[in-house]
Write a protein that binds this ligand. Structure first.
Ligand code: FES
Length: 157
């Protein structure tokens, strides 16, 4: 997604003028562009009068922030022990094959980001895949195909 610098300025100004915090500004940037580009960190640091190193610390501390571009759809596969023994490696493998990317990567068309997590706290439902905040339990490679088809169908709307 192309970044409009003027829009970036406006967004940061809105947070700063409205007594928002640096974190709120970063969250707004993350939501708009799905990642925190370097220029956004520089501008936010300057506007909030915070050292750039501190802004980087905040940006790397919270999992919600990413310094790399993310896809429109984020797929998280739980690789915690319970999900692992119930087959999450096969589920992950299917996603990697279907999407043509490895865990931790984003597809070239920026449609999908594939990631792994360690435990989502719902072990009884494992293996779990979270797609755009929606939990799918007892996943299998076949259910992966259905999930991806559904996402693609909804995209076609
Ligand atoms: S191990 Fe997957 S939810 Fe706990």
């Amino acid at each position: 997604m192309q970044m409009d610098v003027q829009e970036l300025y406006t967004l940061i100004d809105q947070e700063a003028d409205g007594q928002g915090s640096l974190i709120a500004a970063l969250a707004a940037i993350q939501e708009r562009w799905r990642y925190l580009p370097p220029e956004a960190l520089v501008l936010a640091s300057a506007r909030f009068g915070v050292p750039l190193s501190q802004t980087y610390s905040v940006a790397t501390f919270y999992n919600a922030f990413s310094l790399k571009p993310k896809g429109k759809h984020c797929l998280n596969v739980c690789m915690g022990t319970a999900c692992h023994v119930r087959g999450s490696p096969r589920v992950l493998e299917r996603l990697e094959t279907k999407l043509g990317i490895q865990a931790g990567e984003t597809s070239r068309d920026r449609q999908f980001t594939l990631e792994t997590v360690n435990c989502l706290g719902a072990c009884a439902l494992g293996p779990i895949v979270v797609s755009d905040d929606e939990y799918s339990g007892q996943m299998t490679p076949q259910k992966v195909d259905v999930l991806l088809k559904r996402i693609q169908r909804e995209e076609g709307r």
